[in-house]
Design a protein around this ligand. Structure first.
Ligand code: SF4
Length: 258
């Protein structure tokens, strides 16, 4: 299996199906993925490190300098930037100063690319930290993961490194009052010899009810795109994703498939 890790703090812009010209921000080391989940499908590979000591993360100054340098270069070369996007080698909100980085990024965005949105692809596990919740509520595009409706499915697909309570995650997602995007991966496969399919009940109907309760401004439904660490996974085709999306649209929620 080949894993994919970004090699700098600021990268791109890359063309993203979901975000247009997306200037990526990676707050995590370039040689190892750091995450609170160990998703079967993660394009960065298996999680070998769940966290670092505070001193091992990039200092805030270094992050902001790298971003500003990249923004200046893009502006001077007339490179379009639609979104400044936190993604990278794992879960960006694990950075202990994520909130401070957001606070200082907003004026930089206003200065260099006032029409760009700030996006963050997050697995939502750090919403238990009030400062992370508040920071994600200050940006235009919090894209928060919800792949499962049941605790059992979350444990299967996302395999949290430390126990995570789906009820608690959903409660925090509801606190966004709809100003968020839910991103949901749909797939089937086998884990330790046990088959699973998160488009089937009871998982699916519980996922749908949770989405209705969260009332996001949009749901992004997608399936596998790159090589995955787990081998026995099956991608859903566009037609199957559209069947899922129609069920969400029927609840009055904008839904796109990728
Ligand atoms: S949450 Fe994202 S980074 Fe973490 S394991 Fe899952 S796919 Fe990978």
């Amino acid at each position: 299996m080949s894993t994919f890790l970004w090699e700098s703090i600021a990268f791109g812009p890359i063309h993203s199906r979901r975000l247009g010209h997306s200037l990526g921000i990676n707050l995590l080391p370039i040689d190892v993925k750091i995450c609170s989940f160990n998703c079967l499908y993660c394009e960065c590979g298996w999680t070998l490190e769940k966290s670092l000591t505070a001193r091992e993360y990039y200092p805030v100054e270094e992050v902001l300098q790298a971003i500003e340098y990249k923004l200046i270069r893009c502006r001077d070369n007339n490179v379009p930037v639609d979104s400044i996007t936190f993604s990278g080698n794992g879960e960006p909100t694990l950075h202990p100063h994520f909130d401070k980085i957001i606070d200082r990024l907003i004026p930089l965005r206003d200065q260099y690319y006032p029409n760009a949105v700030i996006s963050c692809l997050s697995n939502a596990t750090q919403l238990t930290r009030p400062e992370v919740r508040a920071a994600l509520q200050r940006i235009e595009n919090p894209l928060l993961k919800l792949d499962a409706g049941t605790q059992e499915m979350l444990d299967t697909i996302n395999a949290p490194i430390v126990p995570v309570d789906i009820e608690e995650i959903v409660e925090h997602l509801e606190s966004f009052n709809g100003n968020l995007i839910i991103q949901s991966m749909f797939l089937s496969g086998e884990k330790e010899g046990v088959p699973f399919d998160n488009s089937e009940d009871p998982n699916f109907s519980q996922w749908l009810q949770r989405v209705v309760d969260i009332r996001p401004r949009k749901v992004m439904v997608y399936s596998l795109d790159r090589e995955t660490p787990a081998l026995q996974l099956h991608k859903f085709d566009k037609e199957k994703l559209e069947v899922i999306a129609e069920k969400v649209r029927a609840k009055g929620i904008t839904t796109e498939t990728y």
